[in-house]
Design a protein around this ligand. Structure first.
Ligand SMILES: *[C@@H]1O[C@H](CO)[C@@H](O)[C@H](O)[C@H]1NC(C)=O
Length: 407
């Protein structure tokens, strides 16, 4: 195939399934073609935008075009306001910079944006007109449930993370920020709100929002920043609704791999809460700044025996910390070093700098080696292969862009 000529660093899979509806009648396309000049403007001004990242040489990208266009037409009839819903597309061959910016690793990929912000979870449903239209309808459902009394707030389901907002008026900038945040975090938290007289007893110091963590007797946390400051409100709510260290399971594995960043995983026995707590503490202490470049996860040693085997461990060796770069796995040498200040952080930085990979091949770095430079020393061995790569979408489903960096 010619793809290596077109995109030197890309390797490919295409969607081969789920192409249920084929529309042969050409429709007038409402799909906006994005490029470096218009993308920010268009996405920032759309409440919801569904963007098709495609490559022309990918047959499944070609097959999706008419479906996507028809989906756009169906949705437009229901949501005529072009500020509410936008369908757009990016030619990833022509705009590889955009594809990189959004970490596109396979074609076609459908990503959802809200007011310019890319949602972590991409569209994973059927590639059919009705499924795409349904997805957008769901995205347009108001994520905030209005409470009719304060008593309702005392009897909420405490098995889910919940944010409750107390507002004087629904028609206010404060509430509109809250709603925006709720839309973005709709899958991660339950959002409730009360207005007017009902919420008055809770508004002694003005409009506010509180977070109710999981668990009956866990204390609430109050947001202390400005409610009209979207970035601050969003950061606060995200911190509460999305745990820093998430559990990986077979169910969410594919979704987590699609976030496109390597995993730092604690393998622990289910009943071993202590290691998990220590890991969470150290991640929060040492690695907050790396949040966007590595995913912090924990996994049940019994369920994930197979990945453990890759690094020559068994559940009896747990707790074990490892990085899966989607190419290779690297083991954090001593679990007990977890609490040594800076050690865990250095482990992650060594992944990013390529040091972990080099040292695996060549032994400890000599001090004079320029980072990233290949040398002629004999390759002794290779680090264990990635295990979690296998949780990623099946190769028969997509066209994949290959990792740009050999990690
Ligand atoms: C927004 O919330 C702040 C903080 O509670 C409050 O002081 C302000 O009056 C609210 N604005 C409106 C328009 O209700």
């Amino acid at each position: 195939m010619k793809l290596s000529a077109v995109i030197p660093s890309l390797e490919i899979h295409c969607f081969t399934i789920l192409l249920v509806t084929w529309f042969s009648t050409p429709v007038r396309s409402e799909v906006i073609t994005l490029d470096g000049g218009n993308i920010d403007d268009i996405l920032n001004n759309a409440g919801v935008a569904l963007v098709n990242f495609y490559a022309d040489w990918c047959r499944f990208s070609q097959m999706l075009h008419p479906i996507f266009e028809e989906g756009s037409n169906v949705v437009r009839e229901e949501f005529p306001d072009t500020k509410q819903v936008v369908f757009a597309r990016v030619d990833c061959d022509q705009h590889s910079d955009i594809a990189q910016r959004y970490r596109i690793s396979k074609y076609p990929t459908l990503k959802l944006f809200r007011n310019g912000m890319m949602m972590k979870r991409e569209y994973r449903g059927q590639r059919s007109v009705s499924a795409i239209a349904d997805f957008i309808r769901q995205q347009k459902v108001d994520p905030v449930k209005e409470l009719q009394s304060l008593e309702e707030a005392t009897s909420i389901d405490r098995s889910r993370r919940t944010i409750i907002g107390y507002f004087e008026r629904k028609d206010s900038e404060n509430y509109s920020t809250f709603e925006k945040v709720a839309n973005i975090l709709r899958d991660d938290c339950v959002f409730l709100a009360t207005f007017g007289e009902i919420s008055k007893p809770e508004r002694f110091s003005g409009d506010n929002m509180i977070y109710k963590p999981i668990g009956e007797s866990v204390p609430d946390m109050v947001y202390l920043g400005s409610l009209t400051n979207f970035d601050l409100s969003h950061a606060w709510a995200q911190d509460k609704c999305v745990p820093l260290v998430r559990e990986i399971t077979f169910e969410n594995g594919e979704e987590l791999t699609e976030e496109g960043i390597p995993f730092l995983i604690l393998f622990h026995l289910k009943e071993d809460h202590e290691s998990l707590e220590r890991f969470q503490q150290e991640v929060a202490r040492q690695l907050i700044s790396e949040k966007g470049s590595i995913n912090f996860l924990h996994a049940d040693c019994d369920k994930f025996r197979h990945p453990l085997l890759h690094i020559q461990k068994t559940p009896a060796d747990c707790p074990v910390i490892a990085i899966d770069s989607f190419r290779h796995m690297y083991v954090f040498p001593e679990f007990s070093d977890l609490t040594v200040p800076g050690k865990l952080r250095q482990f992650v930085l060594d992944l990013h700098s390529g040091k972990l990979h080099r040292e695996f091949h060549h032994g400890p770095d000599p001090t004079d080696t320029t980072p990233g430079q290949e040398d002629s020393r004999v390759v002794q061995s290779s680090p264990p292969e990635s295990s979690f790569q296998k949780l990623a979408p099946s190769e028969t489903r997509y066209t994949f862009a290959r990792d740009r960096d050999e990690l």
